[in-house]
Every structure is written in structure tokens, then in C-alpha cells.
Design a protein around this ligand. Structure first.
Ligand code: IDP
Ligand code: MG
Length: 154
């Protein structure tokens, strides 16, 4: 089953929006398979944001991501990477559609509350990079039969 990494960023922690973020993903019917709080260091952030390290916003992004702990979550579900990106909304929250997390709750691109994996491959890699095997949980979610059709539950 497809996995995706969510990072509730320092602004989500500081603004008390962890519950709201979890609620939206739970309401979608996705399965939470791992959750923990962590302080991210430079090495972790440079690895996680490797595609952005040479961009002019990177220093600000790294400093912000180190400014307080974050909440790391691994979620699972059929085609959940794209489903979660849609729930999260556009990178620039001012352009994110109403109803999305960023569209409803954020205003600044550098304060957009959430990281969400952007492909099936990055979802697998990012979950593996932030969670050890014994921090991830396999279990049957009884409501799955009311969330997905049989061929989507595999
Ligand atoms: P994403 O989080 O929607 O995948 P990316 O383009 O991968 O967006 O950028 C990673 C993060 O870098 C964004 O979520 C945002 O926090 C920050 N960022 C991206 N572009 C800018 C910018 O132009 N100014 C400030 N921060 C930015
Ligand atoms: Mg990205």
C-alpha cells in the first residue's frame, strides 16, 4: 500500500494545529501508521530538502524548520500521495484552494504548515528515512471496507 510522509512544521506546532491536521487526514479515511515529535537538524534537512539546498530561500527554510520541534507522521492508503497533496493544497497558501489545509489555515509560502511527499517513490523513501521499522505499524483498519473498494485495499 502506498505511503506518504507528513511533517507538521514548526508553525503548525506553534499555532496548535496538529489536531486539526490529523483530523483532516483521518477524516479522509487514511491510515496513520507512525507518528512522533522530533527536532530536525541541519543534516536531516539538507537531505530532506536536497532539491532546494541551492535556492535562495533554503537558509530561511532550514532555520525555520529548526526553530521548534515538528510532528512527523506516516500515512497509508490507496494512491494516498496524490490524495494528500490535494488535501494539503498549493505550496503558496495564498493560491491554495479553500478547503485545503494550506488554503484554509496558512498565508505565507515559508509558513505553509505542512510537508507532504510528492510521489510514490519519495513517499516510500521519506517514510523510511524518518521512521525506523519498529516505529511503523501494520494493522487492519476496520473502516477500510467503507473507505475503499476491494481492489483498492490490497
Ligand atoms: P511543497 O512543500 O509544496 O512540496 P516545495 O517546492 O517542495 O513545496 O518547497 C519546499 C518548501 O520550501 C515549501 O513547502 C516552503 O516551505 C519552502 N519554499 C518553497 N518556495 C519558497 C519560496 O519561494 N519562499 C519561501 N519558502 C519557499
Ligand atoms: Mg516538495
Amino acid at each position: 500500500m502506498e505511503k506518504t510522509l507528513i511533517i507538521a512544521k514548526p508553525d503548525a506546532v506553534q499555532r496548535g494545529l496538529i489536531g486539526e491536521i490529523v483530523k483532516r487526514l483521518e477524516n479522509k479515511g487514511l491510515k496513520l501508521i507512525g507518528i512522533k515529535m522530533a527536532s530536525l537538524d541541519e543534516a536531516m534537512l539538507r537531505n530532506h530538502y536536497a532539491e532546494h539546498v541551492d535556492k535562495d530561500f533554503y537558509t530561511g527554510l532550514e532555520n525555520f524548520m529548526k526553530s521548534s520541534p515538528v510532528v512527523l507522521m506516516a500515512w497509508e492508503g490507496y494512491e494516498c500521495v496524490d490524495a494528500v497533496r490535494t488535501l494539503v493544497g498549493a505550496t503558496n497558501p495564498r493560491q491554495a484552494v479553500p478547503g485545503s489545509i494550506r488554503g484554509d489555515l496558512a498565508a505565507g509560502t515559508g509558513r505553509n504548515l505542512i510537508h507532504a511527499s510528492d510521489s510514490k517513490k519519495s513517499g516510500e523513501a521519506e517514510v523510511a528515512s524518518f521512521f525506523k521499522d519498529d516505529e511503523l505499524f501494520e494493522y487492519d483498519k476496520s473502516e477500510y471496507i467503507h473507505v475503499y473498494e476491494e481492489n483498492e485495499r490490497g
